[in-house]
Design a protein around this ligand. Structure first.
Ligand code: FES
Length: 274
């Protein structure tokens, strides 16, 4: 096998071979099918062992996250159901695929969030300022993302001032939502609470509770599959940006930070303010 073959070439090769198998007599096809299944089970068992071992060690976990950013490793883990695929991850991957095209036109796109059937993105550079260009780009983005996340029906531009869908996150309402029983939460772990207008990560650190919007300040990716370092930083699982649990301040790059969510502990429960 050519070691420099791209993942697309390898995928094509597998598809071609699978097509050929279809012409085999039943008995031979069954044997090949069983052989493929056995090889896959064998591969999965090995991968699960590797992942479990790496996850036990903080450095191993970091390495694992780094590896998952490689498309080949990501595809392999996804295929064997070792990582969860959620719509945000899929949308971010789809955007990564069209970024070279957008950049070749002097612009850029950033994932912000998915709400219901709408994808929110930020356009940058040459994409801004011309409504015709941004309309065409929104169409291109919609087509690219729909191929991965069929539920997306609209692409909206997120401007730095909150758009309607985000207004509730900044609401002045006094209503808090009951999120977790305090005794169910362990120190130094990331918990996700997603309900209605809230998608938050909650962390207990030195006995205090902290909550932030579940969106990395780098490219808006969800943080809940990240982890907490010994120093008390939340690590984004996508490109490894680190944020102080105490303040949400980004350690990796100055001047950006996570959006805090009001949190209180009352009657043994953690409450969040939408
Ligand atoms: S999205 Fe890039 S570090 Fe979080």
């Amino acid at each position: 096998m050519d070691e420099s073959a791209s993942i697309e070439d390898l995928g094509k090769k597998i598809d071609e071979l699978m097509e050929k198998i279809k012409d085999f007599e039943d008995e031979k096809r069954d044997i090949v099918g069983e052989l493929i299944e056995s090889i896959e089970e064998f591969t999965k068992a090995g991968l699960v062992k590797i992942v479990r071992t790496l996850k036990k060690d903080p450095h191993g976990k970091e390495l694992l996250l780094e590896m998952v950013r490689e498309p080949e490793v990501y595809a392999l883990f996804l295929k064997h159901k070792i990582i969860k695929e959620d719509d945000r991850v899929r949308a971010i991957k789809a955007l990564e695929l069209i970024k070279p095209y957008i950049r070749s036109h002097g612009g850029d796109v950033e994932f912000v969030d998915i709400r219901e059937d709408t994808l929110y993105v930020k356009l940058k550079g040459a994409c801004l300022g011309c409504s015709q260009v941004s309309f065409t780009l929104q169409q291109t983005i919609l087509e690219a993302v729909q191929a991965y996340v069929p539920r997306i029906k609209k692409v909206e531009l997120y401007k730095d001032s909150p758009v309607e869908a985000f207004v509730d996150l900044n609401s002045e309402s006094d209503d808090y939502v009951k999120a977790f029983k305090l005794e169910d939460l362990q120190e130094g772990k990331i918990y996700r609470f997603s309900e209605g207008n809230i998608d938050a990560v909650v962390v207990i650190w030195n006995g205090n509770v902290y909550a932030y919007r579940n969106s990395c300040a780098h490219q808006g990716a969800p943080l809940h599959d990240g982890y907490i370092t010994e120093e008390g930083n939340i690590v984004c699982p996508f490109h490894g940006f680190q944020y102080s649990v105490l303040s949400g301040e980004c350690i990796t790059v100055p001047y950006i930070q996570l959006e805090p969510i009001y949190v209180k502990v009352k009657e043994g429960y953690v409450w969040l303010k939408p």
